[in-house]
Structures are given as structure tokens and as C-alpha cells.
Design a protein around this ligand. Structure first.
Ligand SMILES: CC(C)(COP(=O)(O)OP(=O)(O)OC[C@H]1O[C@@H](n2cnc3c(N)ncnc32)[C@H](O)[C@@H]1OP(=O)(O)O)[C@@H](O)C(=O)NCCC(=O)NCCS
Length: 270
């Protein structure tokens, strides 16, 4: 399993680079990107589209031969020989991946997961640790409270201080998102069914620790900005879900800067 995280700073990302990059994408991606009102939203999705393309490039696939598709619920995947109408040749073994973006971070997880093709059971979610807009910590937790379990609410309210409470909340939230994204269900899944205890690092679904799952927590710190992320992957087997702490060595995580990533991607893909 590998995670690539791209740090995006709007002021350092030239418009000319955005325009050149857009020209390389397929019509569907480029139409979706152009629909965004805010250039920052467009750039995040643009960078998110280049990430799986660079995975394919590393496997020797030419840009013109890269084909992507999405499940009915919208989970994107690399179209392979097994899918009916799309083909990306030369991807053997297949690549399982998922993308997430928030504020100044875009992340992709990729692995050789083979469970539930074609989109595979892998998901990632990243979020900037912050209290949005004009909320206070208490009002923010109240707003999202109905998506949390009783234990989760207690773990937040009993935290030694707001910073720890906020951090706990973001581990819970990114774990719930990553798990549902792994299933490919997106918003169509009740978040209260997934419970994550970030104090003891225990995942429960419908009250039980699920078997065969692996959750990997990571942090990306950029100046004053802190991002928390979780990868959820069904790895199979009969063992209870394991949780990799953000404090463990993360040789699987690389962090790059958006401008140099896109510059180099354009160069390599053309
Ligand atoms: C998947 C979803 C929960 C992600 O929400 P999020 O946490 O705000 O966003 P993230 O940045 O973590 O993830 C977005 C990425 O997840 C991927 N994604 C989209 N749908 C997905 C799904 N069903 N499962 C897993 N991943 C999905 C895409 O790569 C997407 O990137 P893009 O929008 O730039 O193409 C949400 O977009 C969703 O439920 N989408 C599917 C349903 C939908 O679109 N409903 C709208 C009409 S009801």
C-alpha cells in the first residue's frame, strides 16, 4: 500500500500550468473540472485526476491508452480488460486506488488489493484539522453529533482539551469516510454504523470489530496546517481489524508539492 500526498498552495500554482494540465485530460475530467466556480476546487480535482494517471504511467501505459470508469455510486477505477466497454491494457496486476482532497491536500492510496474488482475495497479520506467558519468547537461537534455514536461523542467531550477533542473527531470522521469510500458507497451509508475509537484505535461496524480490515492513520503537517488521513482497506483473512497508528513508521507515505508534481507529470505524460 502506498499513499502519495500532494500539497497544493493556490498562490504558488500558476494559471498557465493549470491550463496546460487541463489539455492533457480526457473530455469528461476536463468538463467536470471546468464546472467548478472556484479555481481552487478545480485545481484539487485536476491534481486528483493526474495522480492515478501517474500510477499508470509508472506501469508503462501511454496517456492515450489510459481508461477510467466509475461504479454506479461514482467510485472511480482503472478500466481493465474485464470490464465491458473500457480497456486499459498493460495493467497486470491491477491497481486499486482511491483519491481524497481537502483544502491544500490531495491524496491517493494505491495497492495491489484484489477484493471486489473493478473498484476494489480500498478508500482514503483526508481532512484539514480545523473548526470551520464561525463555529466554536462545541457548536461544531453539535452540528455533526448525529453522525457520531454515543461512545464517539463521549470520547470527544471527555478529551483533556479542545485540541485533543478536535483531533479525535477528525480521526473518527476520516475513518468513517475512508471505510465507506472503500465500500464505494459514498454518502449512501449511515455514518453511525461505523464507530472509531481513536484513543484505543478500535474500529467497529454495527457494534462489532470487523474481520479482515486494516486502517492506516497518517498525518501531513505543512507549516501551521495539520491534515489527518485514514486509509481503509479490506485485506481479507479472519483476524480482527488492525489499526496502524499515525506514530508508526510510514515508509508508505510520500509528500510532494503540487506545482512540481504537475510540471513533472506534464513532462512525463507528453
Ligand atoms: C465519495 C464521497 C463520500 C466523497 O466525499 P468527500 O469526503 O467530500 O470527498 P473526498 O475528497 O474524500 O473524495 C472525493 C473523491 O472520491 C472519489 N469518489 C467519488 N465517489 C466515490 C465513491 N462512491 N466511493 C469512493 N470514492 C469515490 C473520487 O475520486 C472523488 O474525487 P473527485 O470528486 O475529484 O472526482 C462523495 O463524493 C459521494 O458520496 N459521492 C458519490 C455519491 C454522489 O456523488 N452523490 C451526489 C448526488 S446524490
Amino acid at each position: 500500500m502506498q499513499v502519495q500526498a500532494i500539497l497544493y498552495e493556490p498562490a504558488l500554482f500558476p494559471d498557465e500550468l493549470y491550463q496546460r494540465a487541463l489539455l492533457l485530460l480526457d473530455p469528461e475530467s476536463s468538463a467536470r473540472i471546468k464546472r467548478f466556480y472556484r479555481r481552487e476546487d478545480a485545481c484539487r480535482t485536476l491534481i486528483g485526476r493526474f495522480l492515478p494517471r501517474m500510477l499508470l504511467h509508472a506501469r508503462g501505459v501511454a496517456l492515450a491508452d489510459m481508461k477510467f470508469a466509475a461504479t454506479e455510486a461514482g467510485k472511480p477505477y482503472i478500466a481493465s480488460r474485464s470490464s465491458a466497454s473500457f480497456t486499459t491494457t498493460g495493467v497486470d496486476p491491477s491497481i486499486a486506488y482511491n483519491v481524497s482532497h481537502d483544502n491544500g491536500l490531495i491524496a491517493i492510496v494505491s495497492s495491489a488489493n484484489t477484493h471486489n474488482p473493478p473498484a476494489f475495497t480500498i478508500g482514503v479520506d483526508v481532512m484539514k484539522v480545523r473548526i470551520p467558519g464561525r463555529e466554536t468547537f462545541t457548536s461544531f461537534v453539535e452540528t455533526v453529533g448525529d453522525q457520531l455514536t454515543t461512545l464517539e461523542r463521549r470520547l470527544i467531550s471527555s478529551a483533556a482539551n479542545e485540541q485533543i477533542g478536535l483531533e479525535r473527531f477528525f480521526w473518527m470522521w476520516t475513518a468513517k469516510e475512508a471505510y465507506t469510500k472503500a465500500l464505494g458507497l459514498g454518502l449512501g451509508f449511515d455514518f453511525r454504523r461505523v464507530e472509531f475509537d481513536p484513543a484505543l484505535d478500535v474500529l467497529r461496524v454495527d457494534g462489532f470489530v470487523p474481520k479482515g480490515w486494516k486502517l492506516s492513520k497518517f498525518k501531513v503537517i505543512h507549516g501551521a496546517d495539520v491534515y489527518q488521513g485514514v486509509v481503509a482497506e479490506f485485506v481479507g483473512g479472519d483476524d480482527d481489524a488492525v489499526v496502524i497508528s499515525e506514530l508508526d513508521p510510514h515508509e508508505w507515505l510520500t509528500v510532494l508539492n503540487a506545482t512540481s508534481f504537475i510540471q513533472s507529470a506534464i513532462q512525463q505524460l507528453t
